[in-house]
Write a protein that binds this ligand. Sequence first.
Ligand code: ADP
Ligand code: GLC
Length: 486
Amino acid sequence: MQGGNAVRKILFVASEAVPFIKTGGLADVVGSLPKYFDKEEYDIRVMIPKYLCMKQEWRDQMKYVTHFYMNLAWRSQYVGILELEYEGIKFYFIDNEYYFAGPKPYGNIYEDIEKFAFFSKAAISALPSLDFRPDIVHCHDWQTGLVPVFLNDSFQNNPFFQGIKTIMTIHNLKFQGIWDMKTVKDITGLSASYFAPDKLEAYGDANYLKGGIVYSDAVTTVSETYAEEIKMPYYGEHLDGLMCARSNSLRGIVNGIDYQEYDPQTDKFLTKNYNAVNFRKEKVKNKEALQKELGLDVDKQKMMIGIVSRLTDQKGFDLIAYIMDELCQDEVQLVVLGTGEERYENMFRHFAWKYQGKVSANIFYSEAMSHKIYGSCDAFLMPSLFEPCGLSQLMSLRYGTVPIVRETGGLKDTVEPYNEYESTGTGFSFVNYNAHEMLNTIRYAERIYYDKKREWNKIIDRAMAVDFSWNNSAKKYEELYNWLAG
Ligand code: ADP
Ligand code: GLC
């Protein structure tokens, strides 16, 4: 590292982070990745909003730092800063009860558009109050897309901000923060020159993520395959041209998971802990316990397939809907945990009613239940239409629960398809977004599970041996930080 012992200072800015607030994998990444950097060389801190819907337990532990008033166009808004150290990482929280009240972090898009313009500007405005001047501000997803834009704007008049570099990480290109230009101009106070096709404007509207991509010094996404896919129209969400234009600064760094948090050997949510050596005998005890808990037929031989997911089109639920009746003719049990679109919530409720003892629909959010599913099922189904990275399949691998996935994005990069001739592979996969191709793949897995148990267990051996802890990927971020900070 240049300069000998200077510590590089990096600030993550994001809309969610575990353990404080989580709606999806973004929170897992933002909350766990900072722990895996070399502390001697990197001081990584995280800034998120202080939502009123965070657990009281967390809000009670936050310490007030300071507050000030900030202009957001013609508005003058309160910005409170709080801090809390958790597992060696300093988290900052931006407080404003007008924007961050509400039962969930995200609500109506027109409210979120103003909420995250405020958050992005507040995040930068807060820096001089922190005694922490980051070399790099690392932004995550559209909610922080305006950070590089604002930083490029009036803040440049203040020497404090000059030279701060920015990174935009795309966790999901589908969500871009799009709203009409007139309103966004009024909300942000940004001058008209920003609302041009080479800046914030896209297809007649203002686009926060586009602004972030255009104005950041480097762009990353969460797997190598997704980094390639988004340069093509099918996955590019109308920004494929821009992704191609920025391809020299775009790289894919695959996500990891927190190997302390997700460890079948110590997981406190499991009935029976197990590891790569004793899973053959012990893991099935979790299956029996879960069958009892969920009112499924208790039968340790029965192949149990799990799903833990946001119930949205992205995750391939229309494929599942299409073949549910056929699949339920097989000797399998299906355990679903998820919330999301009503039609999918109702679909699973319907099938749980129709196939009692066989299908369990858990339409809610539960950390505990998610761990039980990863630790109890034989296989895990994730037939995504697109998947920037996906963490659930990594959790499944770690728990020896064999993933069945569609070969897209991070699923393609992290699950190696089973090859019965060479005895390789950590899961099962199919290529086309086709319901019967998926069903055939599930049925192939069923045959191995029932008829070739030794082979099945060897797949588990290999799955539990792969390493998707953060260590490797944190190194790649370190390289990126070094390159950017010079
Ligand atoms: P995405 O971020 O697109 O939702 P990921 O696979 O990257 O998908 O991450 C999903 C994360 O959210 C995983 O940690 C998964 O266990 C968790 N999760 C999703 N739905 C639920 C739920 N209903 N209850 C508990 N955890 C959930
Ligand atoms: C997004 C993506 C998911 C990814 C997660 C964390 O929510 O949908 O694929 O794993 O972000 O990067």
